[in-house]
Design a protein around this ligand. Structure first.
Ligand SMILES: Cc1ncc(C[n+]2csc(CCOP(=O)(O)OP(=O)(O)O)c2C)c(N)n1
Ligand SMILES: [Mg+2]
Length: 789
C-alpha cells in the first residue's frame, strides 16, 4: 500500500507547520505577550511536539466529519494550531493562549470556540468518554435514530502515562461487556510521564491487555527512514540495538544528538563491517533524523497504520514517539515543563525560513504553492461539513408527572413510581429517557421502569428465570430496543456514560434524556467524572439514593455527609433534596425541561433522595407552590407577624422539623416552617441577585430566598436542619442578618436506627427545640418530645 508522494509531502509540510505553530503559541504566551503574573506556560511544549505528527495525519487526512476526538490535555496547542490552519481558530485567541478568554490550555468543549469534541484536562476521562460515546452511538442506531448518518469513530489521543488512570481500565472492561465498536485509542508512546521516564516494556502489557479485551492492537514503532535503514546491510543489527535500548538511554541520546548516538552505536555494535558503514554513511544530523524517525513521527507510517484498519472492532495504536521531538529539549527527562529560550526559538525560526513578524502566517516558510495548500486544507475530509456541533429539537414534557399516591412514602419510592408512570405511557418523553445504573438498578427503585422498558443490548437475550417460570419481581430482558443500560459497579463509568449520553443531541443530533442512579455516598467516587460531565455541558439527571444517615439500616459505611455541599458547589448541576413525593414530581418535570434548555440557561439535575418513608401531605399543587418548589423553598407554615423563630429543613428530616414546630408553636405562635427543596437553587438565586444589583445599580430585584425571609424581623432566629453537612443551610443567616443554629451531620460512620442517629447527631425534634430556645429571647419553650427509653 503506497501513499501518493505529493500528498505525503504536503501532509509532512503541514505537520511541520503544526509543530511550529503550536510551539510558537506557547512561546508567545511566555515571551511575547506581557505576562503579568509571571507564570510560565509549562507542560505543553514537549508534550505537544510528541503528537504533532499523529494529529496532523488524523485531522488532515484520516478523520471524517462524523468522527469525534478526545485530545490529550497537553496537546491542546497542537489541536488549536490545526484548527487555525483550517480557519476555525483565530490568531487573537492563539496569541492569548491560556489567557482570559484565549485558547484554552486543555481542549474545552465549552470555553474553546474551535469545535472541541471532548473536554480533557483531567487525564483518563477523555479517553474513557470516547468509549462511552461509541456505545451511545450504538444505542442511537439501535433505536433507529441514526437515519442515514454514517457511524463515527470515537478516537482518543492518549498519553502513555495517562494510561495509569484506573478509570480507563474500568471503561475497558465495560466496553468489552457491551461489545464496543468504532473506538480508536492512539497511545502516544513517548515513554515519558510528567516526572520521569516510564517503565520498560509497558507496550507489551498494553498489547496483551487490549487483546485480552478483544481489541485489535497496532504497534507503530519504526518510521520509513528506519525501515529503509533496516533493509541495508547491517540494518538488522541496528534494529536489534533499537529494540534493546532502554527507554532512559534512548531518551537521553535523543536529547544529546547524533554524535552521542554514533558513539553509543559504535561502542555497542560497531564491527567495522556493515553496521559501521551504515552509521558512517550518515552525518550526525542524518543519524539523529534516522534515530528519531520513530513510527509516530513518520507521516507515511501513521497514515498507513490508520488506513489499514478494515473492521469496526476497537483498535489500540501504540505509536512510538519522542517527547519534545524536533525541539532542543527532546528526550530530556525533565522536559515536561521545558520551554525554549528566546535564542533557541530564534535559531529554530531561521531554520524554518520563517521571517520575523511572519510567525503567524499560515504557510510561511513552506515551499509548496500556498493556493494549493489552501485547497488541500479545504478538501480535507474532516472539513467537509464545517462545524460539527449538531442540534436536536426539544422533547415535550407533559404538564404533570403523575404517580400513585400513598399515605407514607419515601422519595426513592416516589422516584420509581413516577418513572413507572412515564414508562406506562407512550409519550415522546418516555421513548427518549434512557436509564443507567452501576449495579444498583433494583436497589435504587428503577426496577419497575426496567420491567416495562427493558434492558439495552445489541443482541436479544431473554430472561432465563422468566422462561423457566421461576417467580421474580424483575424481568431482565435485553434487546436493541431496551432503554436501560446496566453498568458494572464502577461509578466513574456511570458519570462518563451520563456525560456521553447527555451530549447525544450535539454529537449524534438525537436527544436522549439520561437518568442515572447510584447510592449517594458514591457520588464522591465519581466526582471528577461528574465535574467534567458538567464542564462539557452534558445534560442528565442523577438520582442518588439512599442518602445521609437516614439510610440507617444500610449501616454507617454507606452514609453521605458532604453531598449536599457538592450539590451547591458543582457548577452546571441543579441539586434538589425534596422531602415529599409531590415535590419530587414537580422537580422531575422541571428537570426534564432544564436538561433541554440552551447553554447557559439549562444544565443537569441531581436529586438527593431517601429511603425513609414519611407521611405525605394531601394538597393541591398550585402554580405558586410549583414555582417555589423549583426555586428552592416555600413556607410550609407561614411565619406570623411576631415570628421570632423559624425552622428551616431539607429532605427526610421533615417529620422532626414538623414535630418541633408543633411543640414550639405552643408557646411561640408565629413560628414559621420553611421547606427547602434546593439549597443549591436558593443559594445560586441569592448570589445572582446580589451580582445583578451590584452590576446594575438601582435595580431592585430580590431573589427567592430574600423575598421569603423579607417579612422576618432581624431578631428572628433560624434553626436549620438537614441530613447532611450543616454548612449547607448555615448561610441562610447572611441573607438578612438573622442568627442561625445549623444542625446536621459532621461525623461519619455511626450505625443505629434513624431515631438513634438523629439523637446522636443532634437533629431530632428535641435538638431542634433546644436550638430554637438558644436563639429566642421570648418565653422558654417548655414542651419537649418524650425521650425514647
Ligand atoms: C487526573 C490528573 N492527574 C494529574 C494531572 C497532571 N498531569 C498532567 S499530564 C501528566 C502526565 C503526562 O504524561 P503522559 O500522559 O505520558 O503525556 P506526555 O507528557 O508524555 O505527553 C500529569 C501527571 C492531570 N492533568 N490530571
Ligand atoms: Mg508520555
Amino acid at each position: 500500500m503506497g501513499i501518493d508522494p505529493a500528498r505525503l509531502e504536503t501532509l509532512s509540510a503541514l505537520s511541520r507547520k503544526v509543530l511550529w505553530l503550536s510551539s510558537w503559541t506557547i512561546h508567545h504566551a511566555n515571551h511575547i505577550r506581557p505576562n503579568t503574573d509571571g507564570l510560565k506556560v509549562g507542560g505543553h511544549q514537549a508534550s505537544s511536539a510528541s503528537l504533532a505528527n499523529i494529529m496532523s495525519a488524523l485531522y488532515f487526512s484520516v478523520l471524517r466529519p462524523q468522527d469525534r476526538v478526545a485530545v490529550k490535555p497537553h496537546a491542546s496547542p497542537v489541536f488549536h494550531a490545526i484548527q487555525y490552519l483550517f480557519g476555525h481558530q483565530t490568531r487573537d485567541k492563539l496569541e492569548n493562549f491560556r489567557g482570559y478568554k484565549g485558547a484554552q490550555s486543555y481542549p474545552s468543549r465549552t470555553k474553546d470556540t474551535d469545535d472541541v469534541d471532548f473536554s480533557t484536562g483531567s487525564v483518563g476521562l477523555g479517553v474513557a468518554q470516547t468509549l462511552f460515546s461509541s456505545l451511545v452511538q450504538d444505542y442511537v442506531k439501535a433505536h433507529g435514530w441514526m437515519k442515514d448518518r454514517p457511524e463515527g469513530r470515537m478516537i482518543a489521543l492518549v498519553g502513555d502515562a495517562e494510561m495509569d488512570e484506573g478509570n480507563i481500565f474500568e471503561a475497558l472492561l465495560e466496553g468489552w461487556k457491551q461489545s464496543l465498536r468504532n473506538t480508536w485509542w492512539v497511545v502516544d508512546y513517548n515513554r515519558q510521564s510528567l516526572d520521569a521516564v516510564v517503565r520498560e516494556g509497558l507496550w507489551a502489557k498494553f498489547e496483551s491487555m487490549f487483546r485480552n479485551f478483544g481489541w485489535d492492537v497496532v504497534i507503530v514503532k519504526y518510521g520509513k527512514l528506519m525501515q529503509a535503514a533496516f533493509a541495508e546491510p547491517g540494518g538488522e543489527a541496528l534494529r536489534r540495538w533499537i529494540d534493546n535500548c532502554p527507554n532512559q538511554m534512548y531518551a537521553a541520546l535523543c536529547f544529546q544528538g547524533g554524535a552521542a548516538f554514533r558513539k553509543h552505536l559504535r561502542d555497542d555494535i560497531g564491527d567495522q563491517g556493515p553496521v559501521s558503514q551504515l552509521i558512517d554513511r550518515r552525518s550526525d544530523e542524518e543519524l539523529l533524523a534516522l534515530m528519531s524517525n520513530l513510527g509516530g513521527h513518520d507521516m507515511a507510517s501513521m497514515i498507513e497504520a490508520f488506513e489499514a484498519v478494515d473492521h469496526d472492532r476497537p483498535v489500540c495504536f501504540i505509536a512510538y514517539t519522542i517527547k519534545g521531538v524536533g525541539l532542543p529539549m527532546q528526550g530530556h527527562k525533565d522536559n515536561h515543563a521545558g520551554l525554549m529560550t528566546v535564542a533557541q526559538m530564534e535559531k529554530w525560526r531561521a531554520a524554518q525560513n520563517i521571517r520575523p513578524g511572519h510567525e503567524w502566517d499560515r504557510f510561511e516558510g513552506l515551499s509548496q504553492d500556498h493556493a494549493k495548500l489552501e485547497a488541500f486544507l479545504a478538501a480535507a475530509p474532516f472539513n467537509q461539513e464545517g462545524r460539527r456541533r449538531l442540534t436536536a429539537p426539544e422533547i415535550e414534557v407533559p404538564r404533570e408527572l403523575t404517580f400513585k399516591p400513598a399515605a407514607q412514602m419515601s422519595t426513592q419510592q416516589g422516584f420509581g413510581l413516577i418513572l413507572n408512570e412515564i414508562a406506562r405511557g407512550s409519550t415522546e418523553l418516555a421513548s427518549r429517557i434512557v436509564t443507567t445504573s452501576p449495579d444498583v438498578t433494583v436497589s435504587t427503585n428503577l426496577g419497575a421502569w426496567v420491567n416495562r422498558r427493558g434492558l439495552f443490548a445489541k443482541a436479544e437475550n431473554h430472561d432465563l428465570f422468566r422462561q423457566e417460570k421461576i417467580p421474580s419481581a424483575y424481568t431482565w430482558e435485553f434487546s436493541p430496543k431496551g432503554q436501560h443500560i446496566e453498568l458494572g459497579i464502577a461509578e466513574m463509568n456511570l458519570f462518563i456514560m451520563l456525560s456521553a449520553l447527555g451530549l447525544s443531541h450535539s454529537i449524534n443530533g438525537e436527544r436522549l434524556l439520561p437518568v442515572g442512579t447510584l447510592y449517594d455516598p458514591f457520588i464522591e467516587r465519581g466526582l471528577d467524572a461528574l465535574n467534567y460531565a458538567c464542564y462539557q455541558d452534558a445534560r442528565f439527571m442523577v438520582a442518588a439514593t439512599p442518602s445521609g444517615i437516614t439510610l440507617a439500616p444500610e449501616g454507617g459505611a454507606h452514609q453521605s455527609i458532604a453531598t449536599p455541599l457538592i450539590g451547591i458547589a458543582q457548577d452546571g448541576l441543579a441539586s434538589f433534596e425534596p422531602a415529599f413525593v409531590d415535590e419530587l414530581s414537580v422537580i422531575m418535570r422541571w428537570g426534564f425541561q432544564h436538561m433541554q434548555r440552551e447553554a447557559g440557561a439549562g444544565g443537569s439535575v441531581y436529586l438527593r433522595l431517601s429511603t425513609r418513608a414519611i407521611e405525605q401531605p394531601q394538597r393541591p399543587m398550585s402554580a405558586t407552590l410549583h414555582q417555589e418548589i423549583t426555586e428552592g423553598a416555600y413556607w410550609l407554615r407561614k411565619p406570623g407577624p411576631n415570628c421570632d423563630i423559624v425552622i428551616a429543613y431539607t429532605g427526610a428530616v421533615a417529620p422532626e422539623a414538623i414535630e418541633a414546630v408543633g411543640f414550639i408553636g405552643e408557646s411561640h405562635r408565629d413560628v414559621g416552617l420553611l421547606a427547602i427543596t434546593s439549597a443549591d437553587r436558593l443559594h445560586a438565586g441569592w448570589t445572582a441577585a446580589r451580582k445583578l444589583r451590584r452590576d446594575r445599580r438601582g435595580v431592585q430585584y430580590l431573589s427567592h430566598i430574600e423575598n421569603l425571609l423579607a417579612p422576618l424581623s432581624r431578631d428572628c432566629g433560624i434553626v436549620t436542619v438537614i441530613d447532611g453537612h450543616p454548612a449547607t443551610l448555615g448561610w441562610l443567616g447572611s441573607v438578612r442578618g438573622n442568627r442561625v443554629e445549623a444542625l446536621g451531620v459532621e461525623h461519619f460512620g455511626q450505625t443505629g436506627t434513624i431515631d438513634d442517629l438523629y439523637r446522636h447527631h443532634g437533629m431530632d425534634a428535641n435538638a431542634i427545640i433546644d436550638a430554637a430556645e438558644s436563639l429566642t429571647v421570648g418565653a422558654p419553650i417548655r414542651h419537649h418530645r418524650k425521650m425514647a427509653v
